[in-house]
Design a protein around this ligand. Sequence first.
Ligand code: ATP
Ligand code: F1X
Length: 310
Amino acid sequence: MIVTVTPNPAFDRTVVLDELKPGQVNRAKRTRVDLGGKGINVAKNVKAIGGEAVCLGFMGENDVFALIYLNSLGIGHDFTTIRHNIRVNTKIIDEHNSAYTDINEPGPEIAPSEQQNLKQKIKVWSQKANILVLSGSLPPGINYDFYKEVIEEIKFLDIKIILDADKEALKSGIDARPYMIKPNIHELSELVGKELVFPDEIIKASLRFIQKGISIVAVSMGDRGSITVTADGAFITPALNVKVRGTVGAGDAMVAGFALALDQSLSLTDAVKMAAAASSAAVTREGTEPVDFDTFKALLSQVKIEKVPL
Ligand SMILES: Nc1ncnc2c1ncn2[C@@H]1O[C@H](COP(=O)(O)OP(=O)(O)OP(=O)(O)O)[C@@H](O)[C@H]1O
Ligand SMILES: O=P(O)(O)OC[C@@]1(O)O[C@H](CO)[C@@H](O)[C@@H]1O
């Protein structure tokens, strides 16, 4: 079973413009609202490509539409109810410049008791799960080492933990040695304090974390595809040629592909393929709508992987 944790869910409001003109009145061509937040997007995409996932995290007591939506997709959930509503993140698509701008709110203040409640639920669900995905930013009131503490509490269990976070939450989470991390190229560059561009630099930087005891470092590079590094070798995967309608959540779809492949004990090559196909399918969707299964299937056969021995 795959369990995802989203401490900071969001309603993603996607606003499509001809061209974003800062300092002026901009008229939207169209808008849409999706329930998002990284772990929730992972669960939506796991479901869309044929698996099952359960969502944990914080959810406002009045955020009933979020639950109705997950129920409509048949996605299980066991959120920790909080007093405040979840945030609204604004995603601006500038069609003329193919520019994608995210404005992410900090999220609601979390009380210590709410935090304990989520930790307890994670412990209980981790007893039943094969894969635990810890994903996204931490809302106010939660310490940056939340993910580290969670990993340390459950790592004696037979469970593979995937961490997808940034900044201090990622840095400290890595110290607890999750099974896998999925930094994007900017996050990896920040982690090692050097701007990384070329595959050999990216592989070398990733190996630092493999040497620390992390089994898989999957580095996403937007339209340049991804590089997945393990102790046995690196897999370079160019992005697929698809019509891009929105890039938000591409990384989450990538994590969904890995999570499902790991849950099904598939080979790493198959996991990399599923991750590439799911993430490429994700960018063909506006907003964070789950991927279309037929598109995912069609893209799966197109993924090319170059294996680089170390
Ligand atoms: N423009 C694109 N064209 C084709 N594929 C893309 C494009 N952008 C992203 N992808 C696919 O999605 C994967 C993940 O993208 P990216 O590196 O942008 O993730 P991310 O920064 O974690 O995204 P997010 O935080 O929005 O989920 C890439 O490895 C690639 O397979
Ligand atoms: O602010 P965070 O938690 O880092 O990221 C939140 C977010 O940008 O991530 C998802 C896309 O990956 C969106 O659904 C959501 O709005």
